[in-house]
Design a binder for this molecule. Sequence first.
Ligand code: PLP
Length: 384
Amino acid sequence: MADRPETLIQHLAEETHDRAAVVPPIYQTSLFAYEDVASFRRSFRTDEPDVHNYSRVSNPTLDVAEKKVAALEGTDRCKLFSSGMAAISAAILSCVKTGSHVVCVDTVYGPTRQFLTDYLPKFGVTTTFVDGRDPADFVAATTDATSLYYLESPSSILFRLQDLEAVAGIAKSRGISTICDNSWASPVYQQPAKFGIDIVVHSATKYLAGHSDVVAGALCTDAKRFDKILENEVSLLGAALPPFPAWLLMRGLRTLPIRLKAVGEAATRVSACLRSAPEVAEVFYVGDSEYPQAALRDKQLLGSTGLVTFLPVTQEEAKVIAFAEALRLFQLGVSWGGHESLVVPLQQQPGDWPKRQWLVRLYCGLEHPDDLVEDIQQALHHLA
Ligand SMILES: *Cc1c(COP(=O)(O)O)cnc(C)c1O
């Protein structure tokens, strides 16, 4: 099997169904029945990848997509979940116990932060948030109780990077687990496991499924961790992805490399347009030549994708809102990674900023880049 992502996505794990059909079927079944007790008993073994017992734990439709995503990430196994947060909470829970301490990047996805700050303390799990652009931030925050470093690189909204290899090395020498949210890059542009990260998580709602019609998550890791997570967090918390959305995810995955290239090109055009606009104070775009962590970017990432955030010169709320509302192609909405361009005006204050600032986050979709640039140009005067 060729391991280039474009080819692997089309061919890997397709042998699990009738070879005459070029598209795997949807196994819309909750359970699997057996003819003898020996086979029935074998179906309970979670370490038997192609044997199924109950769709809360595994299903052949999910298998196809899971094998492709695991191969793309370069990990032994992948499990799909009913949302990115289901995968993230399962991954985190697999690495903590009462009294554990977590070190996490402060520009992490909002609900991940909330899970760590508002939910886990009731089990005695505490978290320290660090900037994370310097690996020494993790060392400084580590205590005797630290069991997990939680990374998101590039991180949400401001797209800050962590040095995955350095942080994974620090963690390994101290017996600390590492998780990296890889939603921004997708495995086509970044494979955190290659740098030593233990567990890779995704909001598959974003690029992996890619058409704004599925909410899903993915967790990728080595066989040993996987078996434990399957027995515990997958089976007991029960956030299984149903077969039909898994099939949609697999279909979306077919075009992942092509979509990433297209949205990356659109975002490059949009960020250049914003950079030359007098109404814009700062542009946050990983693909820019002026991106402050360019050396680390070039080490870890193979490409840049569709998200661009900017800091408007004006901090007047009414003007920022007027700009967002004046856009015609960028729709006002959360999420990203689908076919359609989106805009979110939001306020943010990472640890190193003296005050909360208005930002505009844009997701560049699959429309023609000229049209996206024109749309921004016709709306910019609202920021004057
Ligand atoms: C959207 C998102 C999530 C959460 O995923 P859901 O599928 O919405 O649960 C996690 N991490 C990042 C970086 C995201 O953008």
